[in-house]
Ligand binder design. Structure first.
Ligand SMILES: Nc1ncnc2c1ncn2[C@@H]1O[C@H](COP(=O)(O)OP(=O)(O)O)[C@@H](O)[C@H]1O
Ligand SMILES: [Mg+2]
Length: 372
């Protein structure tokens, strides 16, 4: 019977199916497997090195190892032992990960083909973070590899909306985004307390954002959804420079006042060399409802900016509850979830054409570029 037991090579081949959910690569490639053996009785022992001793991913590794190695013929029992990488191993891993990524200089390190969708609005409280979180989930449902970057320095809410409560793992200064609902999540809120945020202004804030964006290991993403700070202040300008070739998705409520400020945000985005992808109207009163905010503002703004209205999201208590509990409404079924799914489909279908070569100098004011 002993010939049926898997040898180390067979175990390693199987362990290539076990992924680090945050680094988005398999544990063999990442150099995390110190040893993998199976004795004559079918007892497997795997020694897996974590990036940090307190790594919050142990449960994920346990489940994945049980689902892969644990199901191999001849395996009766799997023992998974955790250790931690030493300094040299962490440095080697960091070097390996950095070798993989191509810089879209300046600023954020993303694969060349990765889209950046900047969710923007003129003011706070209109549902920008809600759109960010739910659009990300809906894009993930469509098979995309998605990240969320919460850049709202003064009013970050993405950690709560996605239910991420632990600090990110860092590898020698490289920040690894935690994963929630299959989405890599990074928030400036993971690193700030409110006092620090108040101190950051102008050039200092710009440098901090630049460092923050450059140090995050996003890995292979198809799309990064950015929750922008409201308005056209320092942070928005810095981000515009650090996120070249971003596509602005402008969020408005149906009210006239909201459209006016949203229009200002859209014009700001154009000046920052971003393409305005389209408009989303949110908090729309359901038909026959009390008409708190009225209807139609999104279409008016879209016509004004000569971009499409890409979605209409109803005013729905389930949307707010999802935001408060860290379980975006789009994880479930129902009308609002379907609306976000339709928004994601429209966003996916609309691909902007950027002028080449990117990125353009920042000192020129640009007109919106043509869209397919
Ligand atoms: N369509 C909606 N229906 C009901 N509540 C919503 C809707 N969109 C957002 N909210 C709620 O309104 C509040 C503000 O939304 P939020 O996304 O945080 O706005 P912003 O990021 O623009 O400040 C949150 O409590 C959120 O849950
Ligand atoms: Mg917000």
């Amino acid at each position: 019977m002993t010939s049926l037991r898997p040898d180390s090579d067979a175990l390693l081949a199987e362990l290539r199916r076990v992924q680090d959910p945050e680094l988005r690569q398999d544990v063999v490639t990442l150099g995390m497997i110190r040893s993998a053996t199976c004795d004559e009785r079918g007892s497997v022992h795997i020694h897996l090195l974590l990036t940090t001793p307190g790594c919050p991913l142990k449960d994920s590794f346990r489940t994945q190892v049980a689902d892969t190695v644990g199901r191999l013929p001849g395996v009766e029992h799997v023992e998974l032992e955790f250790g931690a990488m030493d300094q040299a191993q962490r440095e080697a891993l960091r070097g390996q990960l950095q070798g993989d990524r191509r810089h879209r200089s300046p600023g954020v390190a993303l694969p060349e083909g990765c889209r950046i969708i900047a969710v923007t609005s003129g003011k706070g409280g209109v549902g920008k973070s809600t759109v960010t979180a739910n659009l990300a989930v809906a894009l993930r449902d469509r098979g995309q590899r998605v990240g969320i970057m919460d850049a709202d320095v003064y009013g970050y809410s993405i950690p709560t909306m996605l239910g991420v409560h632990h600090r990110p793992v860092t590898l020698d200064g490289m920040i690894v985004p935690p994963v929630a609902h299959g989405i890599s999540v990074m928030s400036i809120g993971f690193f700030l307390d409110q006092d620090a945020a108040v101190m950051w202004r102008g050039p200092m804030l710009h440098r901090a954002l630049e460092q923050f964006l450059g140090d995050v290991h996003w890995g292979d993403l198809d799309v990064l959804v950015v929750d922008m700070p409201p308005g056209t202040g320092d942070v928005a300008i810095s981000l515009g420079q650090l996120l070249p070739r971003a596509e602005a998705l402008v969020v408005t409520t149906p009210q006239h006042a909201a459209q006016t400020v949203a229009r200002r945000a859209a014009l700001g985005a154009m000046q920052l060399d971003q393409v305005v992808l389209g408009v989303v109207e949110t908090m729309t009163d359901p038909e026959g409802g009390p008409q708190v905010f009225g209807t139609g503002g999104g279409q008016v703004l879209a016509d004004d900016l000569q971009v499409p209205l890409l979605g209409t999201i109803p005013l729905d208590a389930a949307i707010r509850e999802g935001g408060d509990t860290g379980l975006p409404v789009t994880l479930g079924t129902g009308d609002s979830s379907a609306r976000f799914a339709a928004l994601a489909e429209a966003v996916e279908a609309r691909r902007p054409v950027f002028a080449t070569p990117p990125p353009a100098p920042m000192d020129r004011i640009k007109k919106p570029l043509s869209l397919l």
